[in-house]
Write a new protein. Structure first.
Lengths: 113, 111
């Protein structure tokens, strides 16, 4: 059982480039989330999804897009990378909003130069 | 002021010591989570609390809803407990999709 799988683990982007962070879960969870973690700050919610075809903005959505075409996959798209998007990104999933446990991916460390 | 405050920010202790990490919050909540972030970066859920106390192995988590405070205790600490411990609350004033996270407590256990 793989849990939540994020790829890539590390990436360096130049300003203005685009990329997609991949996230997949094999637990049939309805809820999926993207967070970013900046040094000295708590995790901030970028986007979340409550099921296939349904997504919504979190606290810091600007500069990002998401889609949820299947229950398993929840990719995060950066269209025009900026230095302010240098961060560690975590994907997470849970069975429901009130679930006792959320499962996190291993994180993607992104540097924009 | 952050909605979720953790203390201390950093904690270094000798192996075997009893550890307490604190979390205070300023909003009404429906649940509080404790998470552990390993040195390699991975995050795992430890507990979810809405009242009282939970225990798992050497870890104990308590919450006082009236005082808006939670503590995470580690008994007989071990170097493998070295990690960042994160408190997160589910704000009852918003949809249940949103967790607000503390900045974490970095724990180092010296052999």
């Amino acid at each position: 059982n793989a849990g939540v799988t994020q790829t890539p683990k590390f990436r360096i982007l130049k300003i203005g480039q685009s990329m997609t962070l991949q996230c997949a879960q094999d637990m049939n969870h309805n809820y999926m989330y993207w967070y970013r973690q900046d040094p000295g700050m708590g995790l901030k919610l970028i986007y979340y999804s409550v099921g296939a075809g349904i997504t919504d903005k979190g606290e810091v959505p600007n500069g990002y897009n998401v889609s949820r075409s299947t229950t398993e996959d929840f990719p995060l798209r950066l269209e025009l990378a900026a230095p302010s998007q240098t961060s560690v990104y975590f994907c997470a999933s849970s069975y429901s909003a009130r679930a006792t446990e959320a499962f996190f991916g291993q994180g993607t460390r992104l540097t924009v130069v | 002021k952050n909605e979720v405050e953790q203390s201390p920010q950093n904690l270094t202790a000798q192996e075997g010591e009893f550890i307490t990490i604190n979390c205070s919050y300023s909003v009404g909540i429906s649940a509080l989570h404790w998470l552990q972030q390993h040195p390699g970066g991975g995050i795992v859920s430890l507990f979810m609390l809405s009242s009282g106390k939970k225990k798992h192995g050497r870890l104990i988590a308590t919450i006082n809803i009236q005082e808006k405070h939670s503590s995470l205790h580690i008994t007989a600490s071990h170097p493998r407990d070295s990690a960042v411990y994160i408190c997160a609350v589910r704000n009852s004033n918003f949809g249940n999709e949103k967790l607000t996270f503390g900045t974490g407590t970095r724990l180092t256990i010296i052999p």
